[in-house]
Design a protein around this ligand. Structure first.
Ligand code: TNX
Length: 524
């Protein structure tokens, strides 16, 4: 039978759970997929073996046993050699784009071929999504996929500062994000409410500034060993950790440990107007206010501190990036802010890491060459936010797109959502989280200057792993598709996306992901 070209996801737009037929709903949408609905399906059963056809496919074979086991309940074996009808063969053939793979399933077995280990891993993730329970049998329709990412940087950010989350919670979030082919975990490690990472040369940070979280909840911090465990776990799922130390604002916690480098908090009018907790010098801050704190800009002790922290963090971080914050500097004079961001991006660059800063830092005329900007203003940029963002590209840097009104996972879904905030023109429906195009936000920014897309999850209102899951899923899938899938592929669009996401519900449940059962999606 010739393979009929088929819109990925089109099968899923019919009534869910049709007897006899199998859906091929993959999220994010593959670059190309052909499905032959009339050809015999691939079936995975207790006899199936995951066969690694290269030594560098062996780690993925072990992971595949875990991932397919969680998805199906089957206990699978690993092996080498020829694949049979129920086996999964894993190959690595260099040459294709980075992170790309092909996947073929049918009556003769399943074969995943990665251009590299990451591509192979993503092919396995696709296979996991393709398997459906048909009358007690795990089957995947006969399909032929050739897939590669649109953007190199596909991120999820977790705020560990407003609420602290232990290592296991982060690992669970990594699993969920990696299943959607995201490859960056940005950890927001410090803020007014707490410092969450051990720094040997500055021991008071964790001693005096880590024990509380927001709203009276307990704090915590990662030891170097904890952080190494997260970095290694992320790497095993092909995710790079981007650590963020937020400076020069969002630094009230630093003042608890090293008051000599911190300015006293500024009680901004909006903190009073919105009846937020008033920051008090020397006392932990547990409220929602932002922008009231600053380090001393004209004191060399501040830069000695930044050098210590950045040096240790860079040494703990194998990835190429180090995020230095720079958002909401409401308590800092513009000229001081510009000078500070110039100096600290150069401190980061001197360690060999590429600095990332929130887009406000584009106001500094002298950032380290190649500093990456992270845009968090709206889909329609306000005031001079677009102009600041363009400065990164002029300075040889790229831009990460995180528009708050579509990419912020901490916005409520609708008025009935109990967790989350609404300030970014919220609430943010699943549909709104999906329908945006990163190259059409900042006029004059070349598409080549866009490194990728990131969905931040701020944790002011989030206390548990289940809270994280319910805000992130399904909207993290929207961000993943914007980041991975070709803009114009057949099958892109809210209706086919919604139909494909609907098919993931049972898989997410088996994976222990407490997704929000949004009424926008006809969950199966
Ligand atoms: C703005 S966006 C912030 C964070 C808050 C978030 C809440 C940005 C770079 N800063 O400090 O947690 O809003 O949604």
């Amino acid at each position: 039978t010739a393979l009929a070209a088929c819109t990925p996801g089109s099968a899923a737009s019919g009534p869910p759970h049709r007897e006899g037929s199998l859906v091929t709903a993959v999220v994010p949408l593959p670059a190309s997929q052909k499905t032959d609905a009339s050809a015999p399906a691939f079936s995975l059963d207790a006899t199936s073996t995951i066969r690694a056809h290269a030594t560098d496919a062996e780690a993925t074979a072990k992971l595949a046993v875990q991932l397919l086991g969680t998805a199906t309940g089957l206990k699978l074996a690993t092996g080498t050699g020829e694949g049979g009808a129920h086996d999964v063969v894993l190959k690595i053939v260099a040459g294709g784009p980075a992170e790309s793979y092909t996947l073929r399933t049918g009556a003769r077995g399943a074969t995943v071929t990665g251009a590299d280990e990451a591509g192979l891993f993503y092919g396995v993730q696709t296979l996991v999504q393709l398997l459906h329970d048909r009358d007690g049998q795990w089957e995947a329709a006969a399909t032929d996929i050739a897939d590669h990412p649109r953007f190199a940087y596909r991120g999820a950010m977790l705020d560990i500062a407003r609420h602290f989350f232990p290592v296991d919670v982060v690992k669970h979030y990594i699993d969920g994000a990696a299943s959607l082919k995201l490859n960056i975990l940005h950890l927001h490690l410090t803020d007014d409410q707490g410092w969450r990472i051990q720094i040997d040369s500055r021991p008071k940070l964790t001693e005096l500034a880590s024990t509380t979280s927001m709203s009276g909840d307990p704090g915590g911090f990662y030891t170097e060993a904890d952080y190494a465990e997260i970095v290694a776990y992320a790497a095993s799922r092909h995710m790079t950790v981007v650590p963020e130390i937020d400076l020069p604002g969002h630094t009230h916690a630093i003042g608890l440990a090293y008051p000599e480098i911190a300015e006293p908090p500024v009680v901004l009018p909006e903190i009073v107007q919105w009846k937020q907790e008033i920051p008090v010098e020397g006392k932990p801050y547990t409220g929602f206010g932002v922008g009231f704190s600053s380090l001393k800009i004209h004191d060399e002790a501040t830069y000695a501190f930044v050098e210590d922290v950045v040096r240790e963090l860079a040494a703990m971080t194998p990835g190429p990036y180090l995020h230095i914050g720079g958002d909401e500097p409401h308590a800092v004079a513009p000229a001081d802010y510009a000078e500070f961001m110039s100096r600290v991006t150069k401190i980061v660059a001197a360690t060999g890491k590429t600095p990332i800063a929130w887009h406000e830092a584009g106001a500094s005329p002298d950032l380290a060459h190649g500093t990456i900007g992270q845009y968090w203003n709206y889909l329609v940029p306000q005031a001079d936010n677009a102009a600041k963002t363009l400065e990164f590209a002029k300075n040889g840097g790229k831009v990460i797109m995180s528009p708050a009104d579509v990419a912020y996972l901490d916005m409520k879904y609708d008025d009935s959502t109990t967790l989350g905030l609404t300030w970014a023109d919220g609430p943010t429906s699943v549909q709104r989280s999906y329908e945006w195009e990163p190259t059409k936000i900042v006029d004059g920014l070349s598409p080549d200057a866009i490194l990728g897309v990131e969905a931040p999850l701020w944790s002011e209102t989030l206390r548990t792993s289940g809270d994280i899951d319910s805000m992130a899923f399904p909207r993290l899938a929207s961000a993943a598709e914007v980041a991975w899938s070709p803009e114009t592929a057949a099958g892109r669009g809210w209706d086919p996306f919604r139909a494909r996401v609907a098919q993931l519900g049972p898989l997410w449940t088996r994976e222990g992901i407490h997704y929000d059962a949004s009424p926008e999606i006809a969950w199966i």
